[in-house]
Design a protein around this ligand. Structure first.
Ligand SMILES: [Zn+2]
Length: 274
């Protein structure tokens, strides 16, 4: 666990997303939850020293941000679209991935049920808790339902996967143009530290690079579409590689991600031409 500011902590070493939390005099507000059950228990123990968890914000619907809700107390907040997405997930299947790889995690998932958000946002909301202001903003991009948590007193922004620090960009469910606009909005906030969805904690100085990285993906697909290529041809002729290589051992997933990114960008850019 890393102490980021006086009252903000984050973890970047878990498998899955980077969870974080803010300690207020009125209790703890968490940003996302650890995906792996044994990590979730470690995280719960670490947080307990700082007070009761009052709220958990799920910043996006992807499983690595919301599965761990099950292990925590506190009211869960998300975008309405994230709640709708979780409603479609199968609780029975969630633990299967650990069956052969991790008996400890498999056991912890025996009675698992996705814990749904009970408070939903479609635009923006603010929680005043203790001496802190927790601004929860809808900033679509990596998915249409991305939230970001801004804590002005700490100058900290939790972005989930809208910011990926030196980590491959994932666009399968993205609204790429909205993503760039959301990153520009983030750059206007009085933020010092950013807790990204994946990769090390960074500062607001990284935002221009993140904008470039999303734009590079758009441009790489667009240049082939402009040559009149079909989706299959774009896939075949695609030579762009994300400037950040996949993590060791994740090479197989990386080619699936590239294909998913191309498919989504092709769909978005073709629709834009119409
Ligand atoms: Zn994600």
């Amino acid at each position: 666990m890393q102490k980021i500011t006086q009252n903000v902590y984050a973890e970047t070493k878990f498998g899955g997303c980077n969870p974080g939390f803010v300690v207020t005099s009125g209790g703890v507000v968490m940003s996302d939850t650890p995906q792996i059950p044994t990590d979730a228990l470690k995280w719960r123990e670490a947080i307990a020293k700082f007070g009761p968890v009052r709220y958990i914000v799920n910043n996006e619907p992807h499983g690595d941000h919301i599965t761990g809700n099950y292990f925590f107390k506190g009211a869960v907040i998300s975008h309405e679209g994230t709640r709708q997405a979780i409603l479609k997930y199968s609780s029975a299947e969630a633990g299967e991935r650990y069956k052969t790889t991790s008996p400890a995690d498999y056991t912890l998932m025996k009675r698992f049920k996705y814990r749904l958000p009970t408070i939903t946002v479609t635009d923006e909301m603010t929680i005043y808790l203790g001496n802190h202001t927790i601004r929860i903003m809808h900033l679509p991009g990596h998915t249409p339902y991305q939230l970001a948590v801004f804590v002005p007193e700490e100058k900290v922004l939790f972005t989930a996967d809208n910011v990926l620090y030196k980590f491959p960009v994932y666009l399968q469910h993205a609204e790429p143009f909205a993503w760039i606009e959301s990153l520009k909005k983030m750059a206007k906030l009085d933020v010092e530290f950013i807790i990204p969805g994946h990769g090390e904690v960074c500062t607001a100085a990284y935002l221009p690079e993140m904008i470039t990285r999303v734009q590079e993906w758009i441009d790489a697909v667009n240049v082939l579409i402009k040559k009149g290529m079909t989706l299959a041809e774009v896939e075949k002729n695609f030579t762009f590689r994300d400037r950040y290589a996949p993590q060791p051992g994740r090479e197989a997933t990386a080619s699936i991600v590239v294909k998913a990114n191309i498919t989504r960008l092709y769909e978005v850019l073709k629709n834009k031409q119409k």
